[in-house]
Design a protein around this ligand. Structure first.
Ligand code: 6CS
Length: 336
């Protein structure tokens, strides 16, 4: 009896040790930017929350440490990474409906209405998770990274100014379509090739939010910044879905909380970021011109939106149409 009791005790202790050892996990999380850029600041908040509230460790992999954006997505789908931050600019090649973020002039550029849209959108918080799940991804959140501006070698005030200009875009077909409609020669490239392509004049411009234009020194290889008002840069955090489904309820809740903490933080963090990045650029390069299109000038770009929207529906069918309609309803709910 005694021996059996001891044995049971030992077995339970061993089982407990095994449980607690496996409960302490290291989760690998990759993103598309440097640690001190927006996605890196978000990831750091996420990591800090997880580590302060559990025995888990989150190992962060900034841009370049594991390859390009498409590489970290593949690694997450394969279960090598547990978390990936990838923008619809790249995910749109995998999930065509995610290209809806590239219909020009659909989203407000920045501000509280935009933030509220990300908080409350049915399309983002209920419809997109189902689409991402079809690709083995648990969509945890989407968040904005700032108004997109063009930085170019030549001044841009109208679609005519983009004629015969190779403008780099992220690698999704609708963004290509949108720049074609703007009058440019769209040139899809992974991020790592952009600086060199501008330096060697293979491309004559690109688009990105202002903080990124500053931090990645795009202003060194372009001379003109144009606020066309056509978009905000959206990005998304996902987990490998098998990994997420296998987590205890408690850990799933922890991941959701960490996501919420990082989401709230990053919206506040970005207040004034566009303006401060612009100031830093102008201090480094006073000759850089900054143009905010007048309403009339902007209209010429806005006029192209309808054809891009039609192309989006052509590419995605009913499923895309439903997403687009829901996005419009979600936007109306926060702007009315
Ligand atoms: O243009 C790009 O490819 C990159 N832009 C931003 C703001 N983040 C990451 C992405 O790779």
């Amino acid at each position: 009896m005694k021996f059996k009791t001891v044995l049971i005790g030992l077995t339970s202790a061993a089982a407990l040790m095994a449980t607690s050892a496996s409960a302490q996990q290291t989760w690998r999380y990759a993103f598309e930017e440097a640690i001190d850029e927006v996605q890196g600041v978000f990831a750091t908040q996420f990591k800090d929350h997880i580590e302060a509230n559990s025995d888990h460790t989150v190992q962060l992999f900034p841009f370049g440490t594991l390859g390009e954006s498409d590489d970290i997505m593949e690694q997450t789908q394969a279960g090598i990474l547990q978390f990936v931050n990838q923008s619809p600019g790249f995910t749109g090649a995998l999930i065509p409906e995610a290209q809806v973020f590239f219909v020009p002039y659909l989203l407000p550029q920045e501000g509280e209405a935009l933030n509220e849209f990300f908080r409350t959108s049915v399309a983002i918080n209920e419809m997109f998770p189902e689409l991402y799940a079809q690709h083995g991804l648990e969509l945890l959140t989407m968040y904005p990274e700032g108004e997109v501006v063009m930085t170019t070698r030549n001044p841009v005030r109208s679609p005519d100014d983009l004629s015969e200009q190779n403008i780099r875009v992220m690698t999704n077909p609708l963004l290509v379509e949108s720049y074609r409609a703007f009058g440019a020669v769209p040139t899809p490239l992974p991020w790592g090739e952009v600086y060199g392509a501008l330096q060697t004049n293979m491309i004559q411009g690109q688009e990105n939010p202002m903080f990124f234009v500053e931090s990645t020194r795009m202003y060194e290889v372009t001379d003109h910044i144009t606020f066309t008002g056509h978009n905000n840069f959206t990005t998304a955090l996902m987990a490998n879905q098998d990994f997420f489904n296998d987590l205890s309820e408690e850990d799933q809740q922890l991941v959701r909380e960490a996501t919420q903490v990082a989401f709230d933080y990053i919206l506040e963090y970005q207040e004034g970021l566009t303006e401060s990045a612009l100031e830093t650029i102008l201090e480094s390069k006073p000759s850089m011109t900054v143009t905010r299109l007048s309403d009339e000038e902007r209209q010429a770009f806005m006029d192209t939106a309808e054809s891009v929207e039609a192309e989006f529906i052509r590419m995605t069918g009913d499923s895309g149409r439903e997403i687009l309609e829901q996005m419009k309803a979600d936007l109306a709910a926060v702007t009315d």
